[in-house]
Design a protein around this ligand. Structure first.
Ligand code: SF4
Length: 246
């Protein structure tokens, strides 16, 4: 499942020149999840990731490559304990799923479940003192962090672990890499463009996996299918499986 590969392959080159801090997933180091939306008032806020019109990028994608070879959190730039004012921000997620074994492997169910979890997890993690706001274009993710959370030791490692724990409820997701970026030298413009492309691929993939007709001439997804290698093969492979089952 390599539809997002063009984006994943260049990802490391966009994250700034500093060495990232790496944290292997540890379920015992998750931050408290309050289970529903919370409001952090301006007076309670320590700082905002993506505040003051700074970049705030978010995207998630799926791959069967080894890019996400284990559950881990990476941090490029300052961590939450090192910030005291608005910072540029990105949170990127790569989910590893099993490889589709060539054109004749049409078991797309695990892929479908992983794709559904991209949005499900995004809107079902509520770290205490970490108020996430997404804009209508949905690839901007701004976060207000409370003074209390900073005092209590909030960190990207703990927030990342909380996201990973939620993804790992889906057995089709084999590994999760969560990348937090606050480095000032990261290429947020390109990440934003990639977020848009990622969203287009995910939308097209969801429609294909839901079972739409395979008439490319009248299909609104043709531009993205023409651009992304493997999309058409996936759709026609799935169609073949459904036809054989009838
Ligand atoms: S393969 Fe053809 S029908 Fe299927 S989504 Fe792409 S353009 Fe549309």
């Amino acid at each position: 499942m390599e539809l997002y590969n063009e984006i994943i392959e260049k990802l490391d080159g966009l994250l700034g020149k500093s060495e990232p801090k790496r944290y292997e997933y540890n379920e015992n180091k998750c931050w408290e999840d309050v289970g529903s939306h919370q409001l952090i008032m301006t007076r309670e806020s320590a700082f905002e990731l993506g505040g003051d019109n700074k970049p705030a990028v978010n995207f998630s994608c799926v791959s069967s490559s080894d890019y996400a070879d284990k559950d881990e959190v990476l941090v490029y730039g300052k961590d939450l304990q090192e910030l005291n004012s608005s910072a540029s921000f990105a949170r990127l997620v790569v989910l590893k799923v099993a490889e589709l074994k060539g054109e004749n492997d049409t078991d797309t169910e695990p892929l479908f479940r992983a794709i559904q979890d991209i949005d499900f997890v995004k809107y079902h993690v509520f770290p205490k003192g970490y108020m996430v706001r997404t804009s209508s274009d949905s690839f901007r993710e701004q976060v207000r962090v409370s003074k209390d959370a900073v005092k209590s030791g909030i960190s990207f490692e703990k927030i990342g672990n909380t996201y990973i724990r939620q993804y790992k409820k889906n057995p089709n997701i084999l590994a999760v890499k969560v990348i937090f970026v606050t480095a000032e030298d990261a290429d947020y413009d390109t990440m934003r463009a990639d977020a848009k492309k990622t969203q287009e691929i995910t939308k097209a993939l969801s429609k294909i996996l839901e079972g739409m007709s395979t008439d490319c001439h009248s299909c609104s997804l043709k531009p993205i299918c023409d651009e992304v290698e493997g999309m058409k093969e996936l759709h026609f492979g799935k169609e073949k499986k459904e036809f054989n089952q009838k």
